[in-house]
Design a protein around this ligand. Sequence first.
Ligand code: CA2
Length: 148
Amino acid sequence: MKILFLNGPNLNLLGKREPDVYGHATLADIETEVRKRAKSLGVKVDFRQSNLEGELVDWIQEAKGNFDVIVLNAAAYTHTSVALRDAIAAVGVPTIEIHLSNIHAREKFRQKSLIAPVCCGQIAGFGQNSYILALEASINVKVDKKYH
Ligand code: CA2
């Protein structure tokens, strides 16, 4: 099983700014934890970050046939990107939306996710553990089974 972790804009700043909101772990720290857990579960992971919407769209498209599940922290594009939503819907690779923070407990503009309707589900508010929870959820994601 192969899982593609995609991280959107500004997540490269994690651990370096706003630790009160996003914690002290860097994205590299999170990747290390994800890789440790993936090894214990016997799954392969690829872990990427981009500040560019088009690059994230390209990676989602390329996931078809190469990855079983996408775990996506689309960051600010969560709330704005019809392009990411269309790519997820078009490609049909089961996608789990994740966030470090609980977007529903934050500003109004963060409470709306454009990608949520085309994702299998959402994990938000558990800090870096959101990534581990998504990894564990990925193992049981069934392409043909939707709980909605
Ligand atoms: O909680 C999350 O994971 C978010 O996806 C993070 C995004 C935010 O736009 C979403 O609403 C929720 C922000 C990522 C930027 O991360 C930073 C880290 C350090 C300093 C500044 C930004």
